[in-house]
Design a protein around this ligand. Structure first.
Ligand SMILES: Cc1ncc(COP(=O)(O)O)c(C=O)c1O
Length: 397
């Protein structure tokens, strides 16, 4: 009989992956995956980019590369982060295979079985899966419209036998709750963190995806605000602003932490795809990121507005949701007695799929929420999809 390790036994299957199998049915309207619609990918720009590369650059792209990343891309991303005032001094930057790998690397280097991690509740499912697979003990902190509830944060820290090894947050356009932390809450959380022997893991893949330029300042990372009194590991990703298939993320963290992460990555995948790093670097160097992200902001804003319009029109009374200022998600709260899994069954039968709340609950139980992602669905189908989900909810009221 095969005998799996304790780490493997701790792994949870991802409800999202299972649902995506349903979501590929051609007639299904999917609000499930937090991913861009294929029509939004910069395919022509990338055709052009590849043709513009020299033979030597193409050869580098086919070769293994340094574990820390393709040096020109490391430089390009450093420049990009510098413009956002992220502190480069005292920190190093490494490229990872998606930011999800950065979360796994950090869990691997920090977590011994039973060590505590304070997370948001609800929390990004990939983060929960990564942490649980290293046998972390999770203490979830409820979110309100401005970020983590700090009284609950104190209680979560006290509930652990030792200070948490990591505090994990996604302050911008949180997945799944769609909220953005207010400036006050960011500063107050930093004050709390100054008194605890811990490391903040700030996950920021949606940083660029604010809908209105006037909200850009709201996205200032905690790593910028903190001025380095606290060890902060800042992760970002090109998945939402170039393409998830590139599998490029990055980690900006104190040098000592990057050193350990590079060691951990060496035996994992040796390096992130050099091919996509060469392309991504050309994307930065040729100034394509800025105009492309601008088109994405407009596209996602439009999609969010259509979804909000649909919710207003079709959702029955007693159902609440947030109005996102950016990102991919609307988090819908159903009356407490409704089980989102039952709603999902009805909704799938009618032709629309979403992710149920308990997938994002660090304890995997609370289930009167649903996550609707507006990023992937063709605009023309969003209203109809919301109508279907709303009809499914109505059956339980
Ligand atoms: C909050 C958050 N972090 C990290 C990731 C992982 O992104 P990737 O590994 O594609 O960079 C995602 C993807 O949905 C996310 O929502």
């Amino acid at each position: 009989m095969v005998k799996f390790s304790a780490n493997a036994r701790a792994m949870r299957s991802s409800a999202i992956r299972e649902l995506l199998n349903v979501a590929v049915r051609p007639d299904m309207i999917s609000f499930a995956g937090g991913m861009p619609n294929p029509s939004l990918f910069p395919i022509e720009q990338v055709d052009e980019l590849y043709r513009s590369l020299t033979l030597e650059q193409k050869q580098v792209g086919f070769q293994y590369g340094p574990t820390g990343g393709y040096p020109p891309l490391v430089e390009s991303i450093k420049n990009y982060l510098k413009k956002k005032n992220l502190p480069l001094e005292g920190n190093d930057l490494m490229i990872t295979t998606g930011s999800l790998q950065a979360l796994n690397l950090l869990a691997k280097i920090f977590i011994d079985p039973g060590d505590g991690i304070v997370t948001e509740d609800p929390c990004f499912i990939g983060g929960v899966s990564a942490f649980v697979s290293f046998q972390a003990r999770l203490a979830g902190v409820p979110l309100d419209a401005d970020g983590m509830d700090l009284d609950a944060f104190d209680r979560a820290v006290e509930s652990l036998p030792h200070p948490p090894k990591l505090v994990y947050i996604t302050p911008n356009f949180q997945n799944p709750a769609g909220i953005i932390y207010s400036r006050e809450r960011r500063l107050a959380l930093l004050d709390r963190l100054r008194c605890i022997d811990t490391v903040l893991l700030e996950d920021d893949p949606y940083n660029e995806l604010y809908f209105d330029a006037s909200d850009k300042d709201l996205t200032t990372p905690l790593k910028v605000l903190a001025q380095e009194e606290i060890p902060i590991c800042y992760t970002g990703s090109l998945s939402k602003i170039f393409g998830p298939g590139m599998r490029i993320g990055f980690l900006l963290a104190p040098k000592q932490i990057i050193g350990k992460c590079e060691l951990a990555k060496q035996s994992m995948d040796a390096c992130t795809s050099t091919f996509t790093q060469v392309l991504a670097n050309a994307f930065f160097e040729q100034g394509m990121l800025k105009p492309y992200v601008e088109t994405l902001r407009q596209a996602y804003k439009r999609r969010a507005e259509i979804m909000l319009g649909g919710l207003k029109e079709h959702m029955p009374k007693g159902v609440k949701w947030n109005t996102p200022k950016g990102g991919f998600y609307i988090w819908v709260e159903l009356p407490q007695h409704i089980d989102a899994s039952q709603v999902l069954k009805v909704s799938v039968a009618k032709g629309a799929v979403f992710v149920v709340g308990k997938a994002f609950d660090p304890q995997g139980t609370r289930n009167n929420f649903i996550r609707l992602s507006f990023s992937h669905t063709p605009e023309s189908k969003i209203s109809r999809g919301v109508e279907i989900v709303s009809q499914a909810v109505s059956e339980f009221l």
